[in-house]
Design a protein around this ligand. Structure first.
Ligand SMILES: [Zn+2]
Length: 261
C-alpha cells in the first residue's frame, strides 16, 4: 500500500453514499477527476487502487463530493455504460476495497481498532495480530445445454421477464466442479456432465468472483427450487426470453453459446 499522496498528480475515485464522483464532460481525460486531496478534506484512509492513464489512482470515502465542473455522482453499476469494462473493473476494485476497509475498522477477534498494513493489503490488529484481508466470495455460474437448447432460470430478484444461467456461491470445502453440480441439482433438479470453463468476472455487488462454465445436460426433469427459482425452462435460440444486461458474464456466457451453436 502507498501512503496517502497529498500533492501528487493522481486520479481519485471518491465515494459518498454509494455514489462515485464522475466527470461527464466528453473532453475530460478520464471519467474520474484528478482533484487534489485538499479539495475534499485530505481523507485519512485513501487507498491506492491501481493506475489510470499512467497516473496512480486512489479511492476514498468522503462526507461530501467536492464541487467540480461537470461533476456528477454515479452508482457503480452505471460506470460500465459510461466508461467500459476496464474502468468498471477499476471502480469495482475501489468499491470493494473501500467496503473492506470500512467493515474491518475493528479486530473481529478481540475488538481492538485495526491499522492498515503498509506492505500488503491487510488490516492488522495491534493487540492480537489478527490480519483481515479483503474477502472475495467465489460463485459458480453454469449454462446447461442440451443440443441447441439452453436451460435458463429466473430468481425472484431479477427484473421482470429476465432469465439467466444458474448460479450460486461456493461453500467451504467444495470444488468449483462440485459446486456447479450441486447448484444445478438444487436449483432445478437436473444432472450435468462435461463441465467446460468459460471465463471469470469480478462482480463487486458486493464482493463476488463469478466463475462461469458451460455444461451438458445429463438427466432429470426441471423442478425449480421453490425459494430460489421462480421459473426455469429450456429455451431455443429463436425463442429466447429477456436476457441479462451486457455488463454481466451471464450475458456473455449465453451470447457465446448462441454464437458457437
Ligand atoms: Zn485482535
Amino acid at each position: 500500500m502507498s501512503l496517502t499522496p497529498m500533492n501528487q498528480a493522481a486520479y481519485w475515485i471518491l465515494r459518498c453514499e454509494h455514489r462515485l464522483l464522475t466527470i461527464t464532460d466528453n473532453k475530460a481525460e478520464s471519467i474520474f477527476p484528478s482533484v487534489l486531496p485538499a479539495a475534499f478534506g485530505h481523507p485519512e484512509n485513501a487507498l491506492h487502487v491501481g493506475e489510470l492513464n499512467g497516473l496512480p489512482c486512489y479511492a476514498a470515502d468522503v462526507a461530501q463530493h467536492p464541487e467540480i465542473p461537470g461533476g456528477e455522482a454515479a452508482p457503480l453499476r452505471t460506470i460500465f455504460q459510461l466508461a467500459g469494462p476496464e474502468i468498471f473493473a477499476l471502480a469495482g476494485r475501489a468499491t470493494q476495497l473501500l467496503d473492506w476497509q470500512a467493515n474491518h475498522r475493528f479486530c473481529g477477534k478481540c475488538g481492538t481498532p485495526t491499522r492498515m498494513k503498509s506492505d500488503e493489503l491487510a488490516m492488522a490488529c495491534p493487540n492480537c495480530g489478527l490480519l483481515a484481508y479483503p474477502r472475495i466470495s467465489p460463485a459458480v455460474m453454469v449454462l446447461v445445454r442440451d443440443g441447441d437448447k439452453l436451460l435458463l432460470g429466473r430468481s425472484p430478484r431479477f427484473k421482470p421477464g429476465v432469465f439467466s444461467a444458474l448460479a450460486g456461491f461456493v461453500e467451504p470445502g467444495e470444488t468449483l466442479e462440485e459446486c456447479a453440480a450441486r447448484e444445478v441439482r438444487e436449483e432445478v433438479g437436473v444432472e450435468i456432465t462435461n463441465l467446460r470453463y468459460f471465463h471469470s468476472q469480478p462482480w463487486p455487488f458486493p464482493n463476488s468472483l463469478m466463475v462461469a462454465f458451460f455444461a451438458d445436460y445429463a438427466g432429470g426433469t426441471i423442478t425449480p427450487d421453490p425459494v430460489e427459482i421462480e421459473a426455469a425452462a429450456w429455451f431455443t435460440p429463436d425463442d429466447l426470453p429477456l436476457l441479462p444486461e451486457p455488463i454481466s458474464i451471464s450475458r456473455q456466457l449465453i451470447d457465446a453459446a448462441l454464437q458457437n451453436g
